[in-house]
Design a protein. Structure first.
Length: 427
């Protein structure tokens, strides 16, 4: 490989520099496979499918000097054994043991001296009386976002990227000189509105963070049943899922002594079409604020209000403006970076991301993939993140929380599942 340095994009730089000891900017994904994968088969797949992407054998050089940008550079000591690990579980090797193991891995930062990814093969998992293997993939956000990671995971499967789901995106592009001028004015007004948003109220989900993370995930949820609820309100599946997350947060906050009258915001990443390299990596997402109607006690009212608020967000250029802010953060001084980060983190309480996975069931080295799970990182004092990932007609919720803020994320998962069940969309 050439010694020539590859430059970062400014958006990738922003994600790199948001990384903190208490908030590693690392996306964690899990593929649960039936049976056991042989080491030589796994190594061959990694060499053939991942290493052709240059970022998987390049490390980061970030001088953090005024006017200096980070670069990808050759790792002269690159060794696949530093990135692919085979580990086991302690008895009873069940779901609980797997949850603890993945949470331990999700708490770890990636070493800057090496390429910023890790793959762990967790053997001997016993699920429903059958032996399973968990592939835990950890990817720094500066390499790519959740959409990029799902694409990489699909490239490792027997079906390859042929089953890649359609990339989401609702943003409209202005046409003509008048349209461009009008869009620029809208974006300027949007930036002013975002700057003037008040800080989100204090909740147990924000504050001082620690080094230990907790996580949990839901059972598979039928998208067909969720879609039936969405059709009843002439909305989208995502509105129903967001309403159930709002309900879960409301229940949890009330149990923690919250007064029940204040509303809170979530940060929601939105994919913006275009802007990626030929390899599909990098970051091309904006961030929008969604007001969660947690103050509404009535479940039906909460659902319809969530749908109305998400419809309003879709009409605004918030995501495009946020992407520009991220780019400015990556190109600016440390002080401006800090200001940009606080613009998002101080005005939200949690993060909710929704990534489309394969529409059909896939296989890895001949083994059926029974589950695909995802947890996106959060930063800036936010201690709670929800990650939705669809797979083969179902959707799963992953919850990632800082141990100082969320002692047991499974409480939120159960509340979310009960909210769905109450609407006839559970299971």
């Amino acid at each position: 490989m050439s010694d020539a340095h590859e430059p970062f994009t400014t958006v990738d730089t922003a994600w790199l520099r948001m990384d903190e000891p208490t908030s590693p900017m690392v996306i964690t994904a899990v593929l649960l496979l039936e049976g056991t994968v042989e080491s030589d088969v796994l190594e061959r797949l990694v060499r053939d499918k991942l290493l052709p992407h240059a970022r998987f054998s390049l490390r980061v050089h970030d001088p953090r000097m005024p006017g200096a940008s980070p670069r990808w550079e050759r790792d002269p000591f690159f060794d696949l054994r530093n990135h692919v690990h085979r580990i086991g579980l302690t008895a009873p090797r069940d779901r609980g043991a797997l949850v603890s193991r993945v949470a331990d891995l999700a708490s770890q930062r990636l070493e800057r001296a090496r390429p910023l990814w890790q793959l762990y093969v967790v053997d001997g998992v016993e699920l429903e009386g059958r032996e399973a293997t968990a592939l835990v993939v950890r990817l720094h956000h500066c390499i790519g976002d959740g959409v990029a990671l799902v694409g990489l995971l699909l490239s490792l499967t027997d079906e390859g990227v042929a089953l890649r789901p359609p990339t989401p995106g609702h943003l409209r592009h202005a046409e003509g000189a008048f349209g461009l001028a009008k869009e620029a004015a809208r974006q300027t007004a949007t930036l002013a509105r975002l700057l003037l948003l008040p800080r989100d109220p204090e909740t147990p989900y924000k504050g001082e963070l620690g080094l230990v993370k907790r996580l949990a995930w839901s059972a598979p949820i039928s998208l067909e049943r969720v879609r039936a609820v969405a059709e009843r309100i002439e909305g989208k599946v995502n509105a129903v899922l967001m309403a159930c997350i709002a309900g879960a947060m409301r229940r949890d906050l009330l149990e923690r002594g919250w007064d029940g009258v204040r509303e809170i915001r979530t940060l929601v990443p939105v994919h913006i079409p275009g802007g990626r390299g030929a390899d599909g990596l990098g970051n091309h997402i904006g961030l929008v604020f969604v007001e969660m109607p947690v103050a509404l006690a009535d479940r039906e009212a909460r659902l319809r209000e969530t749908k109305a608020r998400m419809d309003r967000v879709k009409e605004q250029p918030d995501a495009t403006v946020a992407l520009a802010v991220l780019a400015a953060m990556g190109a600016a001084s440390h002080e401006v970076e800090h200001f940009g980060g606080s613009l998002f983190a101080s005005k939200a309480t949690a993060l909710v991301t929704n990534v489309a996975g394969p529409l059909e069931e896939v296989h890895f080295a001949g083994h059926r993939v029974r589950d695909v799970l995802l947890w996106a990182p959060v930063s800036g004092g936010i201690g709670l993140g929800f990650s939705l990932l669809s797979y083969a007609g179902t959707v799963r919720l992953g919850v990632l929380g800082d141990a100082k803020r969320i002692e047991d994320p499974s409480v939120l998962v159960r509340a979310f599942e009960e909210e769905l069940e109450a609407r006839g969309a559970g299971g």
